[in-house]
Design a protein around this ligand. Sequence first.
Ligand SMILES: NC(=O)c1ccc[n+]([C@@H]2O[C@H](COP(=O)([O-])OP(=O)(O)OC[C@H]3O[C@@H](n4cnc5c(N)ncnc54)[C@H](O)[C@@H]3O)[C@@H](O)[C@H]2O)c1
Length: 355
Amino acid sequence: MERISLPVPIGALQELALAAFRCCGLNEADAEAAAEVLVTTDAWGVYTHGTKSLRGYARRLRGGGLRADGRPQIVRQGPAWAVIDGDSSVGMVTARFAMRTAMDKARACGLGFTTVRNSCHFGAAGFYAWMAAREGMVGQAMANDTASVTAPGSRGPVLGSNPFAFAAPAGEEAPILLDISTAAVAGGKVRIAAAFGQPIPPTWLVDLQGAPTLDPHLYPHAASLTPMAGHKGYGLALMIETLSGLLSGARLTQAIGSWIDSDPALPTDHGHAFLALDVGAFFPLDQYRQRMDELIRQIRSAPKAQGQERIWLPGEKEWEAQAQARVHGIPLPADVRESLSGLIGDLGLARPDWL
Ligand SMILES: NC(=O)c1ccc[n+]([C@@H]2O[C@H](COP(=O)([O-])OP(=O)(O)OC[C@H]3O[C@@H](n4cnc5c(N)ncnc54)[C@H](O)[C@@H]3O)[C@@H](O)[C@H]2O)c1
């Protein structure tokens, strides 16, 4: 009889993620911080970048390319900016430290910018931008990644799928949260299509000749992602590479280790960048909140296109998924469950009854 998978309570998934990070040697604070990023991402319904990635991070922690005892540190700074060395600690730990540093500086100076080297994949960029929005700040989070995306006219990849997130607080309304890769689609979605035999649109991938392909199995070795919106996504990815990789001194494009496929004994040296703007320094916060609510409501109530019932604000789908998850649990898809099963096998953890 086929086993029906019930949604997993948020706390239960957090316990498993915590157990995995502890088992890999992280201290309690780092394990909690990293687990919370991944579980929140799943609660938002962004399953490509939540606990599914844990198995890859654990492999690299055990291989030595990630350091359980790594300590991100500020290596240069001014009143409103800092350069941070991640010390090869877990990407989520380093990214939280770097966004917290940007927010502290924004509290003092109105804005704070941090750039990070010697990090690894940090998961969903949105978590870090949301950290700022929760404290009355506008936040941006960015990262470079190993090259997987073409430029218009190129035959192979020139830049990573460099994610970008923007979050802005509101008043009675939920914050705005835009969290996207700068590729036509995040590479994780192509991997899922390949694993489940799902069709992909002709706009996602090009083959080694630069021609569109419908075969997700070719990615990443014999096909590349296309940039989001052609030259516009390509230009944004280049901006992110500049802020995350060049300003920090991190590796760039092809030189960055793939956090999934490269030798787990080696650091990947990803770069990140974080910006925090303290709204109250620019404009009275209560008036800003009221105006943002008005803007959101104006957009939401705009006339709908034929056949459409709703205009979404960036982040609304995630907030609705999170509200459902808090009540009913997270409906983890089969590929995430499979990855978690592999993780507990790798680490020799007790299998939770929900898996
Ligand atoms: N760490 C990395 O190297 C890396 C690389 C690439 C992507 N990512 C992550 O992958 C995730 C998915 O990226 P993606 O490009 O597939 O995202 P996506 O195309 O699914 O877009 C998601 C964003 O679009 C918003 N959105 C969706 N439908 C909308 C609508 N109708 N109207 C308004 N807003 C809408 C969502 O609220 C969300 O902010 C992100 O969390 C990103 O940070 C990480």
